[in-house]
Design a protein around this ligand. Structure first.
Ligand SMILES: [Zn+2]
Length: 373
């Protein structure tokens, strides 16, 4: 059924700059109500991948969904589009490079702002600290997921308003493995022996640490970056969490060990940032763990090209236990139904052929190029 377009709104255009074909970083241009707005400006995940802004022209504003590099790592490129003002939640802004502190306009975690007369609604995404989806009241309504997760124990998720066009987080492709299966695979790998888990601190890291404590009943050692993140989450950033989880994180922080700057590092279960092991405590610990043939190295997410974790996997030294931080295909189908969407743009996945989306997301039409909103 087609909903009538709200009075006075003309059609808008959504132009994917990057993030739809191939697994490039997020960057979308919205043209509507006489304004030009960028949704996210990421780089990576593969080294050197960046959106081509050379033909974009001047932009009025940038809205960031969350602080992960593939969504917000391209702020240094904004000179090419006239250095527009950047909008993000306070928690996202706090995770951006230092030079952006105080230069970001606020977005609510869950609420509304007026941007040049366009109503922008936000809600939490269940994916990362401070992460929001964006709903823009242009044309028949545009929903932009950024990254979402429907199965997080930690991060809260809010229901979006209806939208005819939806950019969905299709990072997980057509996979429909429930988190319960992920958790039992992780349980099996971590229940005994020594294990190093390179994780993102601002994502599944705190959630996996909580799982190790609560479900496997082991005491993990956390790197300083992860400890700082957990302290923020159960302190000033608790609004990004599901109700009741801040106290569980406080307990985690009190009982977990620490990864200190000394060699050899701790044994047991060691959870350390960063996820690629090319910087931070995981990079420092990796050579030591590679020398210990009895110790497991457990990867739990996407493995970008040309990174230490990719090399470790190539050597056959890594165990892989995925952890759902993006929607399963059934989550996305349900989301599109709840939005009442007519057009879906499956983003952040370069592996699924365009024709394969439509049966999975029916009755929504799947688009991989420029669309009218
Ligand atoms: Zn993300």
């Amino acid at each position: 059924m087609t909903r009538p377009r709200p009075m006075g709104r003309s059609p808008a255009r959504l132009i994917p700059i990057s993030g739809v074909t191939g697994k490039g970083p997020a960057c979308f241009l919205l043209e509507g109500e006489g304004r030009r707005i960028l949704l996210d400006i990421g780089v990576g995940p593969d080294r050197g991948a960046a959106p081509d802004l050379s033909a974009v022209g001047r932009v009025d504003a940038v809205l960031l969904s969350h602080a992960h590099a593939d969504h917000a790592g391209g702020l240094h490129l904004l000179g090419a589009v006239g250095d527009p003002p950047v909008h993000a939640t306070a928690i996202t802004a706090a995770q951006l490079p230092r030079e952006w502190a105080g230069r970001v306009n606020p977005l609510p975690l869950s609420g509304e702002i007026d941007l040049f007369g366009i109503k922008v609604t936000t809600g939490r995404t269940g994916h990362a600290p401070g992460g929001v989806w964006l709903h823009l009241a242009v044309g028949d309504g545009l929903f932009y997921a950024g990254d979402m997760g429907f199965e997080s124990e930690l991060y809260a998720i809010d229901e979006p308003p209806p939208a005819a066009t939806a950019v969905i987080d299709a990072s997980a492709g057509l996979d429909d493995t429930p988190q319960a299966d992920r958790r039992s695979a992780m349980h099996h790998l971590v229940r005994q022996g020594d294990a190093l888990l390179p994780v993102p601190a601002a994502g599944r890291g705190p959630e996996i640490a909580l799982f190790v404590v609560e479900e496997i009943c082991r005491k993990p050692s956390l790197c300083p970056e992860l400890r700082e993140m957990v302290a923020n989450l159960c302190g000033p950033w608790r609004e990004t969490l599901r109700a009741g989880t801040a106290d569980r994180l406080s307990f985690l922080l009190a009982m977990a060990g620490s990864v200190e700057h000394r060699s050899p590092g701790p044994r047991g279960v060691v959870i350390a940032s960063n996820v690629m092991a090319d910087a931070g405590a995981s990079a420092r610990l990796l050579p030591e763990w590679l020398d210990r043939r009895d110790a497991a190295i457990i990867l739990s997410g996407c493995v970008p090209d040309d990174t230490p974790v990719e090399r470790v996997r190539g050597m056959g030294r890594a165990a892989v236990a995925g952890w759902n931080v993006h929607p399963r295909i059934s989550d996305n189908a349900r989301l599109l139904g709840a939005l009442g969407a007519r057009t879906a743009i499956p983003a952040f996945n370069g592996r699924v052929p365009p024709a394969d989306w439509e049966p999975a997301l029916a009755p929504t039409v799947a688009a991989t190029g420029e669309v009218t909103v």
